[in-house]
Design a protein around this ligand. Sequence first.
Ligand code: GLY
Length: 436
Amino acid sequence: MGGSAGAPGLNCLVLGAGGREYAIAWALARAGSVATIGVVPGNAGTLLFARAPEIDPKDVPALERHIAASHIDLAIVGPDELVADGLGDSLRRCGIAVVAPSRDAARIEWSKAYAKELMEEAGVPTAAWHTYPSAAEARAALERGDGAVVVKADGLAAGKGVVVARDRAQALDALGSPTISTGMVVLEDVLEGQEVSLQALVDGETVIALPPARDHKRVGDGDTGPNTGGMGAVSPAPALPDDEAQDAADALIAPVARALVGRGTPFRGVIFAGLIRTRDGWRVLEYNARFGDPEAEVTLPRLEGDFGELMLALGEGRLAAHAAANPLRFSAQAAVDVVLCAEGYPGAARRGDVIEGTDRLPEGVYAMHGATRRVGAGFALADGRVMLDAGVVTAGGRVMHVVGTGDTVRDARARAYEAAERITFAGKFYRSDIGG
Ligand code: GLY
């Protein structure tokens, strides 16, 4: 247990504002080991059960002061951007347990070229690839092939840095997009097969698989339209049963964890592997250095045991001993997350519409808030009306993760879709084929 002052139990801090951070805070709230939870900056949903210290998550001196004053024991960093900025390093210097890799270890996410090099070094199967110093050089190389290629910006690009081009015109178009046209570019072969998101807790060479999930990245039914941050997810995943998760993590994540230790940059946090099951076996499409979003929303509800103690053990670098004494078990329940989005997403999303109906959900459904905000009377809504009472409004693209649970995926899905209808806001839309 941590060194909390006041009530016994852990004082926890979650960094981030979306559905993933809601799911992390929600899992902590169910843990007997946890005394307090703060979410910075959080959203209207986390305010219902957690504190929201008024701190900019990038303001490290303010975070340090808060950690000391509130006797924080454990911090968990959610978003890729904060992880890539090295917030894990800054928080660790406060002497607390931190679930987030160092900036150097997080390079597996913030440089696609580095991730490919590491996969090659570690012998992890992945698509054939080539790195180009600029989009212009990638463009010249494309003249020599048929153009069916995956185009990746080297750096982080808020879900907009990867395009699967079916022909040369699409590939050239991608190379001209603002997110890809500046900086290094990776071109790799297109692979066909079923995709799976596999997250694992990683502490140096210790790798513990979480329940596999499948997400739905494109905005439209039938996987049509542009890529998004994720329109929904399901766990268990059809292509990777729960009882094969650890073997897959041993084969596809552990070699890279060992390679990072070998390079003197051990990883402590969550590695998320985007996998595809091809005719020739599993291949890794990409690594992320954090929980997935919307994967966290369907996998954390399936974890048994005390999530606070698990995160503390990971953050303190004693995951192996903790897992030996408390083997991680997954519940047999299925979970399906249908993301309710605001009009315009994944482009500029409409904001400031009142959200209603989260208080009338079916049994077994959790409304995990994403881009939501609590506002006071007098707030001007998107349609020009003024609010008379305090309320919750939309504040971005992925507004609400409606997570249905049940004995089967079918039950979980039916519940999630029933709840998706009950929650209302102007401009709401969602995919109708999540988990199908
Ligand atoms: N769902 C994909 C991601 O979190 O990056």
